[in-house]
Design a protein around this ligand. Structure first.
Ligand SMILES: [Zn+2]
Length: 482
C-alpha cells in the first residue's frame, strides 16, 4: 500500500500550503489539469460537493423550481444591459468559430446567466398569474480570471454555480424575496456550521446592473474575508432592457421586478478551510461522505481476528440500515495508517473494535473534532452514533463561531493592524472616493455596511465620522479579502 507522507500540516502558520495539501491528500480536487484555473473533482470531493449542494437544493426546492439554461449566450443578448456588460466585459470567454467557419454571431460562455435567462422570461411571463416566477439552476460558468487562480475560490471554470432568478409583480414583492433569500442562505450556512457577516455592498461595488447587492462573508484561517454568497435586487433594470412585461389585473402592462442570488463552490472551500486542522479535514456530519468508519484493531487477518471482523461487519450492516453513511475499513493496512487516512478525509467518527473490546461486548468511539475516546456497549451503537454525530455538529459550529467572532473588531483609527487577521468595522462614508482611498491606504477591501444584525445590542455606536473625509458616516466592515 502506498503510504502518504505523515508530516503534520500547519493550518495556522501557513494556510495557503495547508489548503493545497488538504485538497490533494484528502482527495477533494486534482489541480493537475492542463488549463489554468480549471480543476478536476476527485470522487470523494465530488461526494462532499453533492452532499453540500443537496442541502442547498432542498432549501431552494421549497419555493423555487430547478431548471437548466444553455451555456452559450449570443453576443447581442450579453451586450444589451450596459452596466452589466461593463462589469463582465473583460472576463468573458468567446466562442467565435464552428469548425473552421467564423460564426456570424459570436457566442459567450456564460459568466452568469441573466442574459441567457431574461430573454426567455420575456416569453414565459404574460400575465400577473405567471408571477412570482422563481427558478434556479446549478451550472458551470466561465470567467477569464487574470488574477492568481485558486482551487474552489478563484476559478476560470466555476463548476457549481447555484444561481436563482425571480420575477415579481412589484418592488415590494421583490424586496420581500431578497429577505427570503437572505434567510435561506442563513439556514444553508448554519447547516454547514459556517459563520458569516451579512453586508450591503457599497453602491460603487455592487453587482453590475443591480440596484443593490447583499453579501455573506466568512473568515478564512489566514485572516482574510471570503465572500460566499450574494443577493441582488435588480428592480426593473433588466426588465426594461429585455422588455419583460406582464398584464396586471386591470389590463395595464407593467415591467416585472427582479432579484437574483448565487452561491458557488466557495461554500465547499469554506467548509474545508473553516473546520479543518493540522491532521486534515473536519467535516460537519451532515455533509460528510463517510460519517462513521469502522476500524478493526487486528494486525493480520484470519484466526482470532475473524471474530473481530465478523462483529465489525455486523455493525456496518446495522449502521447502514439505520441510514448512517458508514465505511468498514478491512483493508490490509495497519490501524495507524487507517487512522491517518480517515482523519485526513475528515470522517467525524471512528469506531475501533479489538479483541479486548470484544470481551466486554463494547467498542471505542473516537471523535475527529476533539480526539476524545468513549467506550460504548455494542447494543447501544446506533443511538450512540446518532447522538455523537449531533454533538459533533454542534461542537464544530460553536467552535467556528467563537473563532469567527473573536476576529471581528471595531476600530476608531488605523484598521490595518486589526485587518491583518480579521474583519474590522470602521466609520466610512458612502462615497466611492473615500472607499477606494481607504482600500488603498489600509490595504483592505470594503465589504459593506452591516445589516440584519442588531449592532446596538453589541454596544456599538452606529453613527460617526468618515475616517477619510470626516463627513457623517456609518460603520462598514472592511478586511483583507479573497
Ligand atoms: Zn468619506
Amino acid at each position: 500500500m502506498n503510504m502518504q507522507p505523515k508530516t503534520l500540516l500547519q493550518k495556522e502558520n501557513n494556510f495557503s500550503v495547508w489548503y493545497n495539501e488538504i485538497l490533494k491528500r484528502a482527495e477533494i480536487l486534482d489541480v493537475r489539469y492542463p488549463v489554468k484555473g480549471v480543476y478536476v473533482w476527485y470522487p470523494y470531493g465530488y461526494k462532499l460537493r453533492n452532499l453540500i449542494y443537496a442541502i442547498l437544493r432542498s432549501l431552494m426546492d421549497k419555493e423555487h423550481e430547478e431548471t437548466l439554461f444553455p451555456l452559450l449566450i449570443p453576443k447581442e443578448e450579453l451586450m444589451k444591459e450596459r452596466e452589466h456588460i461593463k462589469g463582465f466585459e473583460e472576463e468573458v470567454f468567446w466562442v467565435t468559430k464552428g469548425g473552421s467557419t467564423e460564426l456570424d454571431i459570436p457566442l459567450a460562455l456564460r459568466p452568469t446567466s441573466e442574459t441567457a435567462i431574461y430573454p426567455v422570461f420575456k416569453v414565459w411571463i404574460r400575465s400577473h398569474r405567471d408571477l412570482p416566477l422563481r427558478i434556479y439552476q446549478i451550472v458551470n460558468t466561465f470567467r477569464y480570471e487574470t488574477r492568481h487562480t485558486r482551487p474552489l475560490i478563484r476559478l476560470r471554470e466555476i463548476t457549481s454555480f447555484k444561481e436563482a432568478h425571480t420575477a415579481h409583480a412589484n418592488r415590494a414583492d421583490a424586496e420581500e424575496q431578497v429577505k427570503k433569500a437572505v434567510a435561506l442562505y442563513k439556514s444553508f450556512f448554519d447547516e454547514l456550521a459556517i459563520p458569516y457577516v451579512i453586508t450591503r455592498r457599497p453602491e460603487w461595488d455592487k453587482f453590475p446592473g443591480a440596484e443593490y447587492s447583499i453579501a455573506f462573508d466568512t473568515l478564512m484561517p489566514d485572516g482574510k474575508a471570503m465572500q460566499i454568497a450574494t443577493i441582488h435586487l435588480l428592480g426593473e433594470s433588466f426588465a426594461r432592457t429585455f422588455d419583460i412585461k406582464y398584464e396586471d389585473k386591470d389590463g395595464s402592462l407593467k415591467y416585472v421586478n427582479q432579484t437574483c442570488y448565487g452561491i458557488s463552490e466557495r461554500c465547499v472551500a469554506a467548509v474545508i478551510a473553516v473546520h479543518g486542522d493540522d491532521h486534515g479535514l473536519i467535516l460537519p456530519p451532515g455533509v460528510a461522505p463517510i460519517q462513521v468508519v469502522i476500524v478493526p484493531i487486528v494486525y493480520s487477518s484470519g484466526g482470532k481476528n475473524g471474530e473481530v471482523e465478523k462483529v465489525c461487519f455486523a455493525m456496518y450492516e446495522t449502521l447502514k440500515k439505520a441510514g448512517i453513511r458508514v465505511f468498514f475499513d478491512n483493508s490490509g493496512d495497519r490501524p495507524g495508517a487507517k487512522y491517518y487516512r480517515w482523519e485526513m478525509k475528515g470522517v467525524p467518527l471512528r469506531i475501533e473494535i479489538g479483541p479486548r473490546d470484544m470481551r466486554s461486548n463494547s467498542c471505542e468511539f473516537v471523535r475527529r473534532d476533539d480526539g476524545s475516546r468513549t467506550q460504548v456497549p455494542l447494543v447501544d451503537v446506533v443511538s450512540a452514533v446518532k447522538r455523537t454525530l449531533n454533538e459533533i455538529q454542534s461542537c464544530i459550529a460553536k467552535r467556528a463561531k467563537e473563532t469567527f467572532f473573536a476576529n471581528i473588531y471595531k476600530s476608531e483609527e488605523e484598521p490595518s493592524t486589526k485587518a491583518a487577521h480579521g474583519i474590522v468595522s470602521i466609520f466610512l462614508c458612502k462615497s466611492e472616493r473615500c472607499g477606494r482611498e481607504a482600500e488603498e491606504r489600509f490595504g483592505i477591501s470594503v465589504l459593506g455596511e452591516a445589516i440584519y444584525e442588531d449592532e446596538d445590542a453589541r454596544g456599538r455606536k452606529n453613527e460617526g465620522t468618515c475616517m477619510i473625509c470626516s463627513r457623517k458616516a456609518k460603520r462598514v466592515y472592511v478586511a483583507r479579502a479573497y
